[in-house]
Design a protein around this ligand. Structure first.
Ligand code: NAD
Length: 218
């Protein structure tokens, strides 16, 4: 696979550092970094990866326009307006946007999709647990799960220690409980998904893609 020269927005963050490790192991080169203390540019990036905060999006879009390169964005807590801005941008350049870059969550979503019509009258509860530093609540993944279920479902959010991410969905009827759970054991799983997305997005001209599209294209 060819080596990628990429840029990282939120480069000093937990995910930024994990992505740099995983990309470096695969022989790719981080040539542009942007974080709270400013930018570092060693060469022009072929694509940009944003794992930062929603308030950074405007700067990310300015960089995308300057370099005219694809964007992979995993930042959570984006507003509907911000998602619309990304969709507009994707008419010109390819964008992969997902609130979860792990394969297991994609499988969990597939399971929910396949059973949701059979549990229409059941109680449904979503619970998510994350590390104490997580800024948004509920998690983007919990919102994704709720949107897929397509009705009002309560989400409980726990902030505990250093947990990278646990999502549990319980379906209850009077006679039984069905429980589906995903545990991310480290941030590496998300960074692996970002690397898959980078190899995917470099083959696209434009369009708004999810991590599901990346997985289905494997
Ligand atoms: P973090 O707090 O460790 O990192 C965020 C980085 O953004 C920090 O380095 C911070 O300095 C930087 N930043 C903040 N404000 C900035 C500004 N104004 N300008 C430039 N840089 C700024 O958080 P994290 O755990 O690395 O997570 C980052 C984002 O990724 C969060 O939104 C998180 O929810 C999301 N996330 C997504 C996935 C996924 O699979 N989509 C997985 C994990 C985390």
């Amino acid at each position: 696979m060819r080596k990628i020269k990429y840029g990282l927005i939120g480069s000093s963050g937990k995910m930024g550092r994990e992505i740099e490790n995983v990309f470096s192991e695969a022989g790719n080169e981080c040539v542009f970094k942007f974080d709270i203390d400013g930018e570092q540019k060693f060469a022009t990036p072929e694509l940009l990866i944003d794992f930062s905060l929603p308030e950074v999006l405007e700067e990310t879009i300015d960089y995308i326009k300057t370099y005219n390169v694809p964007l992979i964005i995993g930042t959570t807590g984006l507003s509907n307006d911000q998602l619309e801005i990304l969709k507009l941008l994707s008419q010109k350049i390819p964008v992969v946007q997902s609130y979860n870059f792990s394969i297991g969550i994609q499988l969990l979503l597939r399971m929910i999709e396949s059973i949701k019509n059979d549990v229409k009258d059941w109680d449904i509860e979503i619970e998510e647990t994350h590390h104490r530093f997580k800024k948004d609540k509920p998690s983007g993944t919990a919102i994704m799960i709720k949107n897929l279920i397509g009705k009002e479902v309560s989400i409980s959010s726990l902030r505990l220690g250093n947990v990278p991410g646990v999502h549990t969905i319980q379906f209850g009827s009077l006679g039984e409980i069905l429980k589906i759970e995903h545990q991310a054991l480290s941030r590496r799983t998300f960074a692996d998904g970002v690397l898959m997305s980078a190899n995917f997005i470099l083959k696209k001209q434009n369009g708004f893609y999810s991590f599901k599209d990346v997985i289905n294209n494997k």
